[in-house]
Design a protein around this ligand. Sequence first.
Ligand code: SF4
Length: 241
Amino acid sequence: MDLLAHDPASLPIAETFLSFQGEGKLAGMPSYFVRVSGCNLRCRWCDTPYASWNPEGRRVLVDDLVSEACASGARHVVLTGGEPMLFEACAALGTALRARGMHLTIETAGTIDRPIPCDLISISPKLANSTPAGDPRDPAGAWAARHEARRLKADIIQALLDRHPDRQLKFVVQRREDLGEIEALLGTLRGWVPGDVLLMPEGVTPAAPARAREVVTWCIERGWRYCPRLHLDVFGNTRGT
Ligand code: SF4
């Protein structure tokens, strides 16, 4: 029996580990990762199904997470998932980590607004390419319908942008057609600059050079950033990295 299952000062944790940030504005930064288990979406290409489609893990006290992060030696913490915004205790975690002088990045899909203190909000709005239509893990299509209804919430993304001066909007792209959906969303949002927008090729292996060049070209045309996945280059698609 999980003795902490109803403890509001604990979180469901899929994994914690010391590695380096592979994506985004802080790529290359040594970081301690806290991955919550549980997500309100079911992306077809989710690279952490053990925190979404089949959530695994155990409950861990917020105080213990703070102690372990501080003992890791890293000065940067990445709170990721799954979807951290689902969990009320993430606010206490963020407050405690920043009180200890840690730099905190929160990685979210931007579908839930919860005022968690952080230094960088990394919002990854989910495009139509993420919807798991016809996915064998969802034979009745219930998750595909739920995902499609939930995946893009411009008002919530705007609220997150308004509250967090350091931000990035990171989009997983497959095809040139994805750009239209991104530009339509950006057209409804205020306060961002082109350097806040990142494009990341979809995949759990490093992008082939031709593929990377194509996405880089889209970025150069728009003043956006190309987002590699350095951890895939270094460690491959393995847990705890
Ligand atoms: S939002 Fe993130 S964790 Fe959730 S299903 Fe999509 S990729 Fe996976």
